[in-house]
Design a protein around this ligand. Structure first.
Ligand code: ADP
Length: 407
């Protein structure tokens, strides 16, 4: 593999409009290079098409057989791929690197310019996100080694939820214990909830401050949020991404005593139970599949286990729609996003059917139409707009990073 010669040119204040977004996982590195001066889904007007995305890709199996050795080698591979497209990381057009960081704790509530001190603060949050933050930190470190002169910005998955009122953020447990160990509700997928709630306001022709939106981010991980006037007031994930909705492999809400019961009666250890609830629960635990497409196919063949998994998933979703309707009081829109939310008409319909008393009328015909653009799937008389809004976490991270370095 060739290495790229870095000339470490200073970002040019006039032409530096590109942002490299890095999403660094334990064994993968996803990247996108965006040009903020070009039309993107949030700035498009009519005739233009999205040309902001210059390059994207993923390096997988980092540290595994057949993959590159480590994150440093992975980033060099990304740099080589970009160079071969004439988009080298040595370009003066690069304005910043935006890093997705999963847990910001109570310390980070805004996109943050990365310094040595910020890196060590993110490392201190590792106990809150042992699977994610170490990989995020590694990504930051290798990117800083490669371009130490370039502004690097951390964008936190928890940040959008940091304005939640204490009533929503607190668990009702002993306060001294909670405060000592940082036990509170942080929420995740914040970048997506922020982007989708704003895009939903735009779809309605309103400012974010004018609308109350329930966002349902249904991917492999899934979370709901209640957003009042652009501010998140509640969300379904908590201390970790395990709480809330039924997910691909995670249980979501359970009675915490299930943990004690399994420890005492089944003799399981803490790590076994952690693994059970995070990896072998949710849809996969109920029916053996975590892909909603496969579950749909099995239901069409009258598979009872797949039907049960679907029913449990949808029941939980309806409960959160009801709960967040009450939290918000007035709901202007419900937005479905991520893999399941954007693609499964069956989940959307099952989640909202019969909710006319809440002002929610989903239109079966509009809902069944597939599409890649943000669109309404409610009836024209529905008091609450129901929308399908594709999420774009990379664009949101790029915009947040860019606005920090080019205010
Ligand atoms: P991640 O949380 O990993 O980013 P995504 O948002 O990409 O996940 O969602 C992945 C999930 O989306 C898949 O596991 C699958 O259940 C679901 N999905 C993707 N396409 C479809 C589809 N056409 N119909 C139903 N579900 C889909």
């Amino acid at each position: 593999m060739s290495t790229v010669p870095f000339t470490k040119e200073e970002p040019d204040p006039v032409t530096a409009t590109r942002v490299l977004v890095l999403n660094s996982g334990s064994s993968s590195l996803k990247y996108q290079l965006l040009d903020m001066a070009r039309p993107s889904p949030t700035t498009l007007n009519g005739a233009e098409t999205d040309s902001s995305r210059l390059a994207s890709g993923i390096v997988e199996r980092i540290g595994e057989a057949g993959g590159v050795a480590d994150h440093s080698a992975a980033l060099k591979q990304v740099a080589d791929e970009l160079s071969s497209q004439g988009l080298g990381l040595d370009s003066p057009e690069l304005a910043a690197v935006g890093h997705r960081v999963v847990h910001g704790g109570t310390r980070f509530t805004e996109p943050t310019l990365i310094t040595d001190e910020v890196v060590s603060e993110i490392e201190k949050l590792v106990p809150l996100a042992p699977l994610h933050n170490p990989a995020n930190v590694t990504g930051i470190k290798v990117a800083r080694e490669l371009r130490p002169d370039l502004p690097q910005v951390a964008v936190f998955d928890t940040a959008f939820h940091s304005g939640m009122p204490e009533a929503a953020a607190r668990y009702a447990i002993d306060r001294a214990t909670a405060d000592r160990y940082g036990v509170r509700r942080y929420g995740f997928h914040g970048t997506s909830h922020a982007y989708v709630s704003r895009a939903t306001a735009a779809l309605l022709g309103k400012e974010p401050s004018e609308v109350n939106v329930i966002v349902l981010h249904l991917g492999n991980g899934a979370s709901a949020s209640a957003v009042r006037g652009g501010v998140c007031v509640d969300t379904s994930m908590g201390l970790t991404p395990l709480e809330g909705l039924v997910m691909g492999t995670r249980s979501g809400d359970i009675d915490p005593a299930v943990v004690f019961h399994l420890a005492r009666v089944a003799g399981l250890g803490v790590d076994d139970i952690d693994n059970l609830l995070n990896k072998r629960s949710g849809l996969v635990g109920l029916c053996g599949d975590n892909d909603m497409r496969e579950i749909g196919r099995r239901i069409a063949e009258d598979d009872a286990d797949a039907q049960l998994a679907f029913d449990v998933y949808v029941h939980r979703l309806r409960k959160y729609v009801g709960a967040y309707s009450a939290v918000l009081g007035r709901v202007d829109a419900i937005a479905f996003t991520a893999g399941v939310g954007e693609n499964s008409a069956a989940v959307r319909e099952a989640a909202l059917i019969g909710l006319e008393p809440l002002g929610i009328e989903i239109d079966a015909v509009r809902n069944a139409v597939r599409g890649s653009a943000a669109r309404l799937v409610s009836t024209r008389t529905s008091r609450v707009a129901v929308a399908v809004v594709p999420t774009d976490e990379e664009l949101e991270i790029a915009q947040q990073a860019y606005s920090l370095v080019r205010p």
